[in-house]
Write a protein that binds this ligand. Structure first.
Ligand SMILES: *[C@@H]1O[C@H](CO)[C@@H](O)[C@H](O)[C@H]1NC(C)=O
Ligand SMILES: *[C@@H]1O[C@H](CO)[C@@H](O)[C@H](O)[C@H]1NC(C)=O
Ligand SMILES: *[C@@H]1O[C@H](CO)[C@@H](O)[C@H](O)[C@H]1NC(C)=O
Length: 487
């Protein structure tokens, strides 16, 4: 039986699950006599070779993110490129061998570490990089021949930017997390920093928005789990989390206030914990999984209540059903090819007719493989129990309303009639936000001189701010050091 030891499986006997994973895997099916739910039979199937993406050049950077993001039209991938950092955005229709001469998303002067698509505009993407910059790009529907430059450049972080993540309800609101130990909130349309968030004492390892985009949970190299009210720069909860030094990740468990974290114990066991975000004193559940060494990437699907755990360097993706703070092992998708990164398709673009309840995009060396998770059903009619209303592609709030303190839930859509993207207006950055050319042009007129002067003044202000932040950080570290020094 696919089993997760101790506290996860308190049901008497578990489910029938067969995993029809990749053909390389023997059928590890097990039968049992109870079935707890609609998702107790979920099969993972990897796409046929010709429907995969071959010849992708995956970045070799050691920074721990998922490398890939996906939306209904494209996937983005941190690319192994010469000359600074770059990522690729590849139309999903471009299956088979990716051409060597692929136009790349450029502009960063060092490795790209993370990307994120806007949830409300499939043709808008953000990137964060080792050069401490956050860039915004629009994505042409047709793959052209020339590289693509950012249209907005956000540059007030002092060190590398390891994560970028759009807010799930407000349009054009982006969160970035940096090795300068701050997070920042941006209005990317106006190109302005709206809020700096402090409180981390070491490198931020993962960030996650809650369902309605009011709170952000983070894991950090200082081994603490934190929940921030980001708009007011307040830590609402903070606690000791996994005690191992290696990477820890966090996800919200759907619409409620529960969190799951993955990480390592002191003895380097891989662990998964369940938490109540309003009281982090101790985890509600803590389970040791195994002793493998890869960071576990967690993904949660609210609509089926399933948690997917994919270890870096593992071939398998385990999945569980979550209910009332218990985790029940469902099964495991198995493969001989180790994954380097993984992303899940937004629910709205799944194949409802095939009862596809999730689709993962797995990055291995040189390949991206779609993996469909389906529930076999005989009927051709719409399976309402598998597909409750899901998150759509329309924002609930403008950036101004959200920064002004309004809160709303995401707008839901029904998949019964299939999904069509809502009409989009083109993303136009306000004039001030438009990417200033990095090239220094020699001023020609008085007006040019004035502009150059204002630009330099602004840069000077930014640098002063950065120095001030550094001072704060140094003071923080001094205090910590004092506490550590034996009297
Ligand atoms: C990146 O590309 C260079 C040059 O083609 C190659 O030598 C290197 O092995 C690649 N790195 C990875 C991680 O694929
Ligand atoms: C936002 O979501 C949190 C749970 O993550 C919940 O406690 C809160 O009530 C929600 N706020 C609104 C206005 O729906
Ligand atoms: C979350 O799941 C519940 C129960 O399956 C469902 O009623 C609700 O519509 C889902 N919400 C979203 C945002 O998908």
């Amino acid at each position: 039986m696919a089993s997760l030891s101790n506290s996860f499986s308190s049901l008497p006997s578990l489910l029938l699950i067969r995993c029809l994973a990749s053909s390389a895997l023997p059928n590890t099916g097990m039968k049992a006599d109870v079935s707890i739910s609609k998702t107790s039979h979920v099969y993972g199937t990897v796409s046929r070779r010709e429907l995969c993406y071959d010849n992708v050049k995956v970045s070799g950077n050691a920074w721990d993110t998922n490398l890939i993001k996906v939306n209904p039209k494209f996937f983005s991938l941190n690319w192994n490129s010469s000359g600074g950092g770059a990522f690729a955005v590849i139309p999903l229709s471009m299956t088979g061998k990716i051409p060597d001469a692929l136009p790349l998303y450029r502009g960063h002067s060092a490795a790209v570490l993370d990307t994120d698509f806007s949830p409300f505009n499939d043709n808008l993407i953000a990137s964060g990089a080792e050069d401490s910059k956050v860039f915004i790009y629009t994505i042409p529907d047709e793959l052209g021949e020339v590289d693509i430059d950012p249209i907005v450049r956000l540059s007030s972080h002092g060190r590398k930017v390891g994560q970028v993540l759009f807010n799930p309800v407000a349009e054009n609101v982006l969160l970035s997390a940096s090795a300068d130990l701050t997070m920042k909130l941006w209005d990317v349309e106006k190109g302005v920093e709206k809020q700096e968030i402090t409180g981390h004492l070491e490198i931020i390892q993962s960030v996650a928005w809650n369902y309605n985009g009011t709170l952000v949970a983070t894991t950090c190299r200082d081994k603490k789990l934190r929940v921030f009210d980001v708009r007011s720069n307040k830590i609402v909860q903070q606690a000791d989390s996994h005690q191992g030094v290696k990477g820890s990740r966090v996800v919200w468990l759907g619409t409620g206030d529960r969190l799951a974290t993955t990480g390592f114990s002191k003895m380097s066991d891989r662990q998964v914990n369940i938490w109540d975000s309003s009281n982090l004193e101790k985890p509600l559940k803590s389970t040791n999984l195994d002793t493998s060494s890869g960071v576990i990437m967690p993904f949660f699907d609210n609509d089926s209540n399933m948690l997917y755990l994919a270890g870096k360097g593992d071939g398998n993706i385990r999945y569980y059903e979550y209910e009332n703070d218990e985790m029940f092992t469902l099964s495991e998708f198995g493969s001989n090819t180790p994954q380097r990164g993984l992303a899940f398709m937004p629910k709205r673009a799944l194949n409802v007719n095939d009862c596809e309840i999730a689709r993962a995009y797995k990055v291995s060396n040189g390949m991206v493989e779609p993996i469909s998770f389906t529930v076999p059903r005989k009927s051709d009619s719409f399976q309402a129990d598998l597909f409750p209303d899901c998150i759509g592609d329309e924002a609930s709030l403008t950036a101004d309303a959200w920064f002004g303190g309004e809160t709303a839930s995401p707008k839901l859509i029904s998949l019964e009639k299939g999904y069509t993207a809502s009409a989009k207006k083109e993303f136009v950055a306000s004039v001030a936000a438009q990417a200033a050319e990095d090239i220094v042009t020699v001023p020609k007129s008085d007006k040019d001189y004035q502009e150059a002067y204002h630009k330099l003044r602004q840069e000077n202000e930014d640098l002063k701010n950065q120095i001030a932040q550094k001072d704060v950080k140094i003071r923080l570290l001094e205090v910590q050091l004092e506490q550590l020094t034996p009297a």
